[in-house]
Design a protein around this ligand. Structure first.
Ligand SMILES: [Zn+2]
Ligand SMILES: [Zn+2]
Length: 347
């Protein structure tokens, strides 16, 4: 066991503050990582404040983790001490169900183990995330990363990157596709970069006119201001695929109407209230409304390798961990371009 410094929420209403806990010593297949950077995901805030229910306190959030291997178990093959390594949203799953066997651990039928706020499979307790000095996980759930990219900007790939990469790959987006990305935040900015890199014709859908320049810099070919009824009307039935990254309440029908025949809209943001979608908005033009959750381990590694080969990283603002509570407030106002990342040397 090793005592590990961290930042934790002690209740739904208390700010994150210093705390420490015991990490297990590496078991034969475990990798121990000194965390260098951890991205700040909206799920961290939802969980710390118990907005989805089920938060177990103290809660240490963080599932966009990059760092360096400091110890390995006797049977570890993939890593040696000193290697760069990363951990995303999952640290374990049953490994036996059909989904796990296919590398879709995020859909594990027996429940995958999240990097924080999950029960460990061996009953040893609750998982604590990346707002901490170190982490220990089975090597199957530890990813390799390139030393060619800036580490702090790689961290958000572990959640924001894979969340947008996986649906683009699943629906085989590429050259000749007209793709729209709804919402320019942590997820949306990765969606634009990735879709553009795959050769799609990319349109940014945003209600903030000032984001047009950024959208173009990130790789969007077109910009539609969604508060302008004329601009919205002009893109009726024009897209093959819409990646909806918005987690605030919004009317899905406005965007479904932008899909061509056989078009697909995939939700990766989770608004608090159920959506109202008349069946006819799907029946006419044979449209699909779908969802997608992060990605499995093989695909997450594929995404990291793809980003290294294509020089794709997240746009980040690096913060000191003592500023995490301010960062949450700024994130709620959309005041970040486009992902906060904690420099863990400040802990
Ligand atoms: Zn996340
Ligand atoms: Zn499983």
């Amino acid at each position: 066991m090793s005592n590990t410094k961290a930042y934790a929420a002690q209740s739904a209403t208390s700010p994150l503050a210093p705390w420490s806990f015991e990490r297990r010593a590496p078991k034969p297949h475990d990798v121990q990582i000194e965390i260098l950077y951890c991205g700040v995901c909206h799920s961290d805030l939802h969980t710390a404040r118990n907005e989805w229910g089920g938060t177990i306190y103290p809660n240490v959030p963080g599932h966009e983790i990059v760092g360096r291997v400091t110890a390995i178990g006797d049977h570890v093959k993939k890593f040696k001490v000193g290697d760069l390594a990363a951990i995303g949203c999952l640290v374990d799953s049953c490994r036996e169900c059909d989904n796990c066997k296919e590398g879709l651990e995020q859909y594990c039928s027996n429940g995958s183990v999240g990097t924080y706020n999950s029960q460990e499979k061996d009953g040893s307790g609750i998982t604590y995330g990346g707002y901490s000095k170190s982490i220990v996980a089975h090597e199957d759930f530890v990813l390799t990363i390139s030393d060619k990219l800036p580490l702090e900007a790689v961290a958000p790939l572990l959640c924001a990157g894979i969340t947008t990469y996986s649906p683009l790959r699943h629906w085989k987006i590429g050259k000749g596709h007209k793709v729209a990305v709804l919402g320019l935040g942590g997820l949306g900015h990765m969606g634009v970069k990735l879709a553009a890199s795959m050769g799609a014709d990319v349109t940014m859908l945003s209600h903030t006119a000032s984001k047009q320049k950024d959208a173009e810099r990130l790789g969007a070919h077109h910009f539609v201001l969604t508060s302008d009824a004329e601009q919205v009307k002009a893109v009726t039935k024009t897209f093959d695929f819409i990646l909806d990254t918005v987690s605030a309440e919004h009317d899905y029908n406005v965007y479904l109407n932008m899909l061509k025949t056989d078009g697909v809209m995939v939700c990766v943001g989770a608004p608090p209230a159920p959506a109202k979608v008349p069946a006819f908005n799907l029946i006419l033009n044979r449209r699909s409304l779908a969802g997608s959750l992060i990605g499995g381990l093989p695909e997450t590694q594929e995404m990291l390798d793809y980003c290294a080969a294509h020089n794709i990283v997240s746009d980040v603002e690096v913060i000191n961990i003592k500023d995490i509570n301010d960062a949450y407030e700024r994130m709620l106002k959309g005041d970040v371009r486009y992902r906060f990342v904690i420099d863990m040397s400040t802990l």
